[in-house]
Design a protein around this ligand. Structure first.
Ligand code: SF4
Length: 301
């Protein structure tokens, strides 16, 4: 299949059947953490990238074959730049009965058509990595016309009109948007559109800019505490966002400790990895530090 992939396991979306509607790497942002690399087609106008009927044909086939929880529209860039996204979302709701999600940066929600295109979906995942114009320009590097105010107003309008769930993702970069004052501003921005859930993330794959490194596990926990003051549900997302953790089998202990440096894990999760990769649990617990978030005990390194 050319457009449909998976289903892939996801902590947030269960088994997610993905549909990629934008070619590499067409985006209206150029995030420093983007795992697809730097944006090569930097546009903010929608385009007719692919044949809509070809995508529909694949979706029709895939929904019959696979067992999945979400049909998820994404792109090797920003999916709202595909001119037929609205039609696909509306049609997907009619031809199958699972929830439909769209992963967008949210940068085009100030446009009436984009809000209308996304309205039939069940869940819209947006990005909120900054709480002001300065940090927005440093982390997300959007097209000039997308100001932070315009971006936030788009999210606020969408919240008022949209009956589904909005999940906000906050990607934290060490030394840039993980400081207390930045987090307070991000919290304030989130509170203006009241997302149903907030997911705190850290870059886990090679980012567009080498210097965009993940914050420490302690910073992630601290971010969780700060953002919890502003929004109802805050989650820290696991290292590779899979149903289970993977470590390098050649150096399992080292690899697990590296994971614990950027991703807090529960004791049970550590136990599972140790059992699977034959790691001495005592060795890990000897060096791991306990931290608490939302009443749950995590371990970091
Ligand atoms: S919005 Fe998404 S696709 Fe676009 S640059 Fe940022 S992370 Fe990459």
């Amino acid at each position: 299949m050319k457009y449909v992939f998976g289903p892939v396991p996801s902590r947030r979306f269960g088994r997610s059947l993905g549909v990629n509607v934008v070619p590499l790497k067409v985006c209206n942002w150029n995030c420093i953490y983007c795992q697809l690399g730097r944006t090569t087609t930097f546009i903010n106008e929608e385009r007719d990238f692919f044949e809509e009927k070809e995508i529909k044909k694949e979706i029709e086939e895939a929904v019959k074959i696979f067992d999945y929880d979400y049909l998820t529209f994404i792109g090797d860039g920003e999916p709202t730049l595909y001119s037929k996204l609205g039609e696909l979302v509306k049609w997907s709701k009619k031809i199958q009965d699972k929830r439909v999600a769209v992963f967008t940066n949210g940068g085009r929600l100030y446009l009436d058509k984009v809000r209308e295109d996304l309205s039939p979906a069940d869940v819209i995942k947006v990005s909120t990595d900054a709480g002001d114009e300065r940090t927005f320009r440093i982390v997300d590097r959007p097209r000039r016309e997308i100001t932070f105010t315009k971006f936030l107003e788009g999210l606020q309008k969408f919240r008022k009109e949209f009956s589904g769930e909005i999940w906000a993702e906050v990607m934290l970069i060490k030394g840039i948007n993980d400081k207390d004052e930045e987090l307070e501003k991000i919290g304030e921005a989130l509170s203006t559109f009241n997302p149903n859930k907030v997911h705190i993330m850290a870059p886990t794959r090679p980012p567009a800019e080498k210097w965009a490194s993940p914050p420490s596990a302690e910073s992630l926990i601290k971010a969780g505490k700060i953002l919890s003051k502003y929004v109802r549900e805050v989650n820290i997302i696991d290292y590779v966002e899979r149903g289970k953790f993977y470590v390098d089998p050649k150096n399992p202990l080292e690899s697990l400790l590296l994971t614990l440096k950027i991703q807090p894990m529960t004791e049970e999760e550590i136990r599972e990895v140790c059992a699977e990769y034959n790691i001495d649990l005592k060795e890990v617990m000897k060096v791991a530090k306990e931290v608490e978030f939302n009443g749950i005990k995590y371990f970091v390194y």
